[in-house]
Design a binder for this molecule. Structure first.
Ligand code: KIV
Ligand code: NA
Length: 277
């Protein structure tokens, strides 16, 4: 397989071939995303909750994100590698956004960055893309703003809200974003925005009418035991398998059946044990 480029993603959109995106947070999950290759591996700031145990993505620092990006980069072959700009790294303006994005590319070894926000981040997206830093936009439900929005809610359910999301999508496209994540919005609106823009849309809880889909790794394999959003489907039950394995290991050590002295142990050279005694 060949390395996924931004041009290739545009071709997939034009051919109406759904774009596949999964998150990864470390070397093994990055390897898994490359093994049966997805088109895009995203180091999402969902890292904060699913890997680091924080209660919100807003706790994640840039240095923590960079540490995980490097591990994911080491395990990534063909997928395009994108990472979320952590909360606060672009809030103060386009200059901060550029400085943080350069660190993500140089130290984190990612190819593109993702930022949450609508028309208010157009200047940031302009500054990044004009300097050759590819940007994936992210509109709809913005987890980095859950406190000011009083929770995680579906967006775009009213005419006014839907119109503002369409405006945001067009403005972010004009600012140079090469793709847009649409999170938690009515399925018809996800399809409508996808028709209005000429860059790939990647949906999560935005229905089947987008150019592609993204899921959080732990939601997809079923290792996350926390809240399950309506849009999540478990494609595996790894949590159950992990629990079974841990229980079986602990039981086997306690009852003496692990390790087996020969099958899982080493022998002395022939006759040496008798000499040793
Ligand atoms: O942080 C994340 O994992 C994301 C995706 C779900 C789009 O932003
Ligand atoms: Na995110």
């Amino acid at each position: 397989a060949k390395k996924t480029t931004i041009a290739h993603l545009a071709e997939l959109r034009a051919s109406r071939i759904p774009i596949t995106v999964l998150t990864a947070y470390d070397f093994p999950t990055a390897r898994a995303c490359s093994a049966h290759p997805v088109d895009i591996t995203l180091v999402g700031d969902s890292l904060a909750q699913v890997c680091l145990g924080y209660t919100s993505t807003t706790r994640l620092t840039l240095d923590e994100m960079l540490h995980h990006c490097r591990a994911v980069a080491r395990g990534t072959t063909t997928p395009c590698l994108i990472a979320d700009m952590p909360f606060g790294t672009y809030a103060a303006g386009p200059r901060d956004a550029v400085l943080a994005a350069v660190r993500m590319i140089q130290e984190g070894q990612v190819e593109a960055v993702k930022l949450e926000g609508g028309e208010e981040i157009v200047p940031h997206v302009n500054a990044l893309t004009q300097m050759g830093i590819p940007v994936m936009a992210h509109i709809g439900l913005l987890p980095q703003r859950h406190t000011s929005l009083s929770g995680y809610r579906v967006q775009g359910r009213t005419v006014e809200s839907a119109r503002s999301l369409v405006r945001a999508a067009l403005a972010l496209q004009d600012a140079g974003a090469f793709s847009i994540v649409l999170e938690a919005m009515p399925s018809p609106l996800g399809a409508y925005i996808t028709e209005q823009v000429n860059i790939p849309t990647i949906g999560i809880g935005a229905g089947p009418g987008t150019s592609g889909q993204v899921l959080v790794w732990d939601d997809m394999v079923g290792t996350w035991g926390g809240h399950k959003a309506k849009f999540v489907r478990h494609f595996g039950d790894v949590r159950k398998e992990v629990a079974r394995g841990v229980a079986a290991y602990v039981d086997a050590v306690r009852d003496g059946s692990f390790p087996h002295p020969e099958r899982e142990g080493y022998a002395m050279d022939h006759g040496e044990w008798e000499n040793f005694l």
